[in-house]
Design a protein around this ligand. Sequence first.
Ligand code: GDP
Length: 454
Amino acid sequence: MAVSSNHTIAAVSTASGAAAISVVRMSGPDALKIAETVFRPSRKFESHRLYYGRIIDPALNDTIDEVMIAVMLSPKSYTGEDMAEIYCHGGMLVTSKVLELLLKNGATAAEPGEFTKRAYLNGKIDLLRAEAVNEVINAKTELALKIAQRQLRGDLSKRFGMLRKKLLLLSARIEVAIDHPDDGYFSDYKKLYEEAVTIKNDIEKIYRSYELGLRLREGFRIVIVGKPNVGKSTLFNRLLGIDRAIVASIPGTTRDSIDAQFSLSGKSIKLTDTAGIRESAQGIEKIGIARSWNEAENADLILWVIDRSSAFDDDDKKIYKQLKKSGRSFLAVLNKQDKASVFNENILGATKIVTISAKNGSGMDMLKKEMANLLEIEKEFDSYDIITTVRQKNKLSETLNLMDEMTEHIKEGYGEEIIGADILSVISYLDEFIGKISNDDLLETVFSTFCVGK
Ligand code: GDP
């Protein structure tokens, strides 16, 4: 395997601060030599074995720390190069002394993401998998982690590998038809069109998964709206399991929106309680209401709270109308189940309804189940092949534009040379997406977001 660089890099791979253990990593042609220089008792290291000893500064014959060290020889290492990992005591001072010693003995300080970049340049992983390394590190929810790990395992790469292969087969068929025009080979444009559209649809689906990936990583937005005094703040507190919002029996108490984070079936949720909406509002309350609608317009799900123990009046009707107009997904939450109802559910037509008592907690399990159901946008996707970075999204968007042109050309019956060239440029865009083709700028963009030592 080709070694991508002639210099050896070193970095601390664990987070800084006091800790039981820190890992200092080296990769490159001199990793072994430097490790042998600073480790006592001195060794001829064997690959993939763990050694106990001391790190010493050979110039001063001074012990810096008691450590374990492992050496992974090329090509069987993370980067594909010779690597050494030193497990020293955690703590800023001792860790930085170990690193300084490696730098003094011939290593260079690693750039952010340089280990992973080398793994990519040495063909150990493709660009999608390299990006997944960062996603795994930064995952904040179970689902985000699951997606990142699948991408790291290579599932997304495999899926694109298959799509690429299909395009190559289309291209080969066209080439045969171009090269042998008189031998009875011809391109069946109808079949070609169908196959091209199938591939395009598949890529389009993965492209749309970006939105889902974003929600899974950064959280979904759920906004509670309704008239004043219907129990919004009580519901807000009940969902969070703490008393965050002020509950009062005086209408118009909540004048501004408040947010809090909670978790619902493995998803991170930003829950927002908003100012009660009513027509008669004046001044500051009116500003609060405008804010309520602003929040609602950006929500993934709106919980519309109705007090079923009091009359469904003009304010309720106006809210209902506005919610339908917003096109957002919403759920009618009929509150105050513990009191006698004057509510006629027929008014709400096909709207999804859940009845609860925010005050005593009844109906909350059903409400949470229904909320989780409505947020399960992953149902639309047949797998967890989800793109996660803006780079991936933009590249796929460009690829899809080209594919639109390609399918249009096939439909219009353009010449085989043109169609053939269309397919090849789609393939080259996909190659950039996967990282088969790359350039320094692209790699800089991808790896600069990594931490040093990864
Ligand atoms: P908001 O203005 O919509 O945020 O309403 P609040 O949460 O401040 O509640 C208004 C009043 O209704 C308070 O006195 C609450 O205790 C009461 N309330 C809220 N939920 C329920 C419920 O399920 N049952 C009953 N009986 N009262 C409730």
